[in-house]
Write a protein that binds this ligand. Structure first.
Ligand code: APR
Length: 258
């Protein structure tokens, strides 16, 4: 386990092994979870829900069964989350990852987040394993749906192709992940030499299996999370600090080799 030592000027100092790994890596893969958006004010998944939604658990809302039973409730929950995220700004962690994408010739960003903050920070080709709050599709025919096309109804919008209910294009509990982003994430993970697992509790598979796959293929795995997780004991390094503090320090180390 590795703590980061504050240097007093707001920066943090990290062990030489981590600094060298960041400097010499040739193919970097990053997996982010809700913790990377925490410093933007977006509650993480395992944070208690707040306000009107305090009495609900995500597991009770993010499922096909819940949408079929209470479509308007689920639709309003996602509308609340979209509004929350729209008010949020990318934080130093998102911006550092955008910088990394420019620094490393071979860089893959995989996210479990659906908030689109990586893209708003300037990251591109983001592999979204769990979908995106700002994309929609039909519950029945799976066709993409857009707000300018769908038919408005009193509870939830209707698909223009089949009349089915429009739903968020988000992977719900019990659903398969989109095959293309998952295959691309697994391919990159198999071929990287440095894997950063950032802001994830590492409890939801298959995403949580990616750092383990990286380790199996010989990559160095560094976790960045203020708390202990299921990954902490197996990662070569676990930096118990905030992503918004650690990631800029890693970018600084890479940009200043001596
Ligand atoms: N920097 C880094 N990590 C942080 C920070 C921070 N500033 N703040 C919190 N964290 C960590 C927490 O300690 C926690 O381990 O972020 C992690 C967030 O964990 P979860 O809330 O479980 O979110 P995540 O890992 O992304 O969940 C994975 O589970 O519910 C499903 O589909 C959902 O994508 C989600 C998946």
């Amino acid at each position: 386990m590795t703590g980061s030592n504050p240097t007093g000027d707001g920066a943090i100092s990290l062990p030489a092994e981590i600094i060298n790994a960041v400097r010499w890596a040739e193919h970097v893969v990053v997996l982010t979870g809700a913790g990377v958006s925490a410093e933007s004010g977006v509650p993480t998944f395992r944070d208690a829900q707040t306000g009107l939604w305090a009495t609900y658990k995500p597991e009770d809302l993010a499922s096909v069964a819940a949408y079929r039973a209470t479509p308007k409730l689920v639709w309003d929950w996602y509308a609340w989350r979209r509004e929350l995220v729209t008010q949020a700004q990318p934080n130093a962690a998102h911006l550092a990852l955008t910088a990394m994408q420019d620094i490393y010739t071979n860089f893959t960003l995989i996210t479990q987040n659906v908030d689109g903050l990586h893209q708003r920070a300037g990251s591109h080709d983001v592999l979204e394993l769990h979908g995106n709050l700002f994309r929609y599709k039909c519950l029945l025919c799976d066709q993409p749906a857009t707000v300018d096309e769908w038919r408005h109804r009193s509870d939830v919008p209707a698909c223009i192709h089949c009349g089915g209910a429009v739903r968020p294009d988000i992977v719900w509990f019990g659903e398969m992940l989109p095959s293309r982003p998952l295959a691309a994430a697994q391919f990159a993970t198999r071929h990287c030499d440095l894997f950063l697992a950032i802001g994830t509790s590492s409890v939801v598979f298959p995403a949580a299996g990616l750092p383990l796959l990286a380790m199996e293929k010989g990559a160095l795995v560094i976790e960045i999370n203020p708390s202990e997780t299921d990954l902490s004991d197996s990662a070569q390094f676990s930096i118990h600090d905030k992503a918004g503090a650690v990631l800029p320090a890693l970018v600084h180390a890479k940009r200043n080799p001596n």
